[in-house]
Design a protein around this ligand. Structure first.
Ligand SMILES: Cc1ncc(COP(=O)(O)O)c(C=O)c1O
Length: 407
């Protein structure tokens, strides 16, 4: 949780600016806000950092996906290709738009693979939500070629990838839009918040209007604005944006620290020949939020997780066994596989493009990878002593498990 590790005086100062004026709303109120436009400032920082024309802040990474769907014209009758390893919001975003998710295989990048994408395409495919999982990118060049050939819109869910890049180009700038999350667990946080970035000015205006009940945001009188389209309220508040402004100023420091600390974890794990690493197409573009690695089989992976817990590693960092984790892998999304919801619209879906409960049949590669994957959360504020303790505990755990296996 790098951003939240660094919450301090800078964040308090930005929030106090807002509290002193009392203008918690992002639009209008030009005089009493005394020059404080925190959401606008945050958007400018995001656009500049990613080298794009437009950034639109919104209330969460989930609503950013929903806005992206609407702005890209994804809706009823469409299919959207999604990964089975993501946060569930990616899939909910497609369903909320009225489209049906089609799950595609991932590969050792932990993102949708070019081969998986090809297999998932049907005549109804409108878009792919390409999730750059755990701070690093998919095989973007091959994926872009396939999408161009099939006229598929790329929405990059970069919720976990702010600061990642491929050959110097930031994650989230390859497709039509990129979306981000700034919830409490992300590389920078607003508490809750999200954003969408794009170079397409028309798309940006549609997204901007959709995110605020269709308001066209022309002029300084909200009551007199036009409403070219139907939307909803996905706005970000000034208090959350104020935290984001302070956090964005720390992004370069966060990335540098993560990369330094991840290398130490990598070198510790690399001493064990049984351990292999997640494939990163451009290692220089790794945001390094997670240290992801594979063991040879599920049994050994479960033993390793147990040994890491027994050694006390979770007191120093997160040990993620995503395969069992409730919200990141299709195995544990029973409600979603059965389209069970408070909203009756899902019950009216009579036919899905895949039998979501039979995912093991069409996602064998993903199943195999997920059962063998462990991730450590890379922290920013570890002291030298903490890193030493952590690497010792990790080494102890793997020596037990892997030595036992070899006997
Ligand atoms: C890949 C991905 N997409 C979307 C989201 C949703 O973001 P939020 O929690 O801000 O709604 C997350 C959050 O974990 C995520 O990891």
């Amino acid at each position: 949780m790098p951003g939240s590790e660094l919450f301090g005086v800078e964040e308090r100062k930005e929030v106090n600016d807002v509290l002193e004026t009392g203008i918690l709303f992002r639009y209008n109120h030009d005089v009493p806000r005394k020059g404080h436009w925190k959401t606008r400032e945050f958007e400018n920082q995001l656009a500049q950092f990613n080298g794009v024309k437009h950034a639109l802040a919104c209330s969460s990474g989930s609503t950013a996906v929903a806005i992206a769907m609407a702005a890209c014209g994804v809706g009823l009758g469409d299919e959207v290709i999604v990964p089975p390893f993501t946060y569930i919001a990616t899939v909910e975003g497609a369903l909320l738009a009225g489209a049906l998710p089609v799950f595609a295989e991932i590969d050792e990048t932990l993102c949708i693979s070019p081969e998986g994408l090809k297999k998932a395409i049907t005549p109804k495919t409108k878009a792919i939500v390409l999730v750059h999982m755990c701070g690093s990118m998919a095989k973007i060049e091959e994926i872009m070629q396939i999408c161009e050939a099939h006229n598929i819109t790329i929405i990059e869910d970069t919720a976990q990838g702010l600061g990642a890049s491929y050959k110097g180009k930031p994650a989230g700038t390859f497709g039509k839009v990129g979306t981000f999350s700034f919830d409490f667990f992300k590389i920078i946080t607003c508490g809750e918040g999200g954003a969408m970035i794009t170079n397409d000015t028309n798309l940006y205006h549609r997204a901007d209007q959709f995110s605020d009940h269709g308001h066209d945001h022309i002029g300084d009188n909200r009551g007199a604005e036009g409403h070219p389209l139907i939307g909803f309220n996905y706005r970000l508040g000034e208090m959350n944006a104020a935290v984001g402004v302070a956090q964005m100023r720390k992004i370069d420091y966060i990335l540098a620290q993560q990369r330094k600390n991840k290398k130490i974890l990598h070198d510790t794990l690399a001493k064990f020949p049984e351990i292999t690493f997640r494939h990163i197409p451009d290692p220089n573009g790794d945001a390094a939020t997670f240290m992801d690695f594979f063991l040879p089989n599920e049994e050994l992976t479960r033993k390793a997780v147990k040994a890491l817990i027994e050694e006390g590693v979770p007191a120093l960092t997160g040990v993620q066994y995503w395969y069992d984790n409730n919200f990141h892998y299709i195995k544990n999304w029973e409600h979603l596989r059965n389209l069970t919801s408070a909203a009756p619209i899902y019950a009216n879906i009579v036919e899905t493009p895949q039998d979501y409960n039979n995912y093991k049949e069409y996602l064998p590669i993903t199943e195999n990878l997920m059962a063998r994957l462990i991730s450590f959360v890379v922290k920013v504020a570890w002291t030298d002593e903490q890193i030493k303790e952590l690497t010792t505990k990790i080494t102890n755990a793997f020596e037990k498990v892997l030595t036992k296996e070899m006997v």
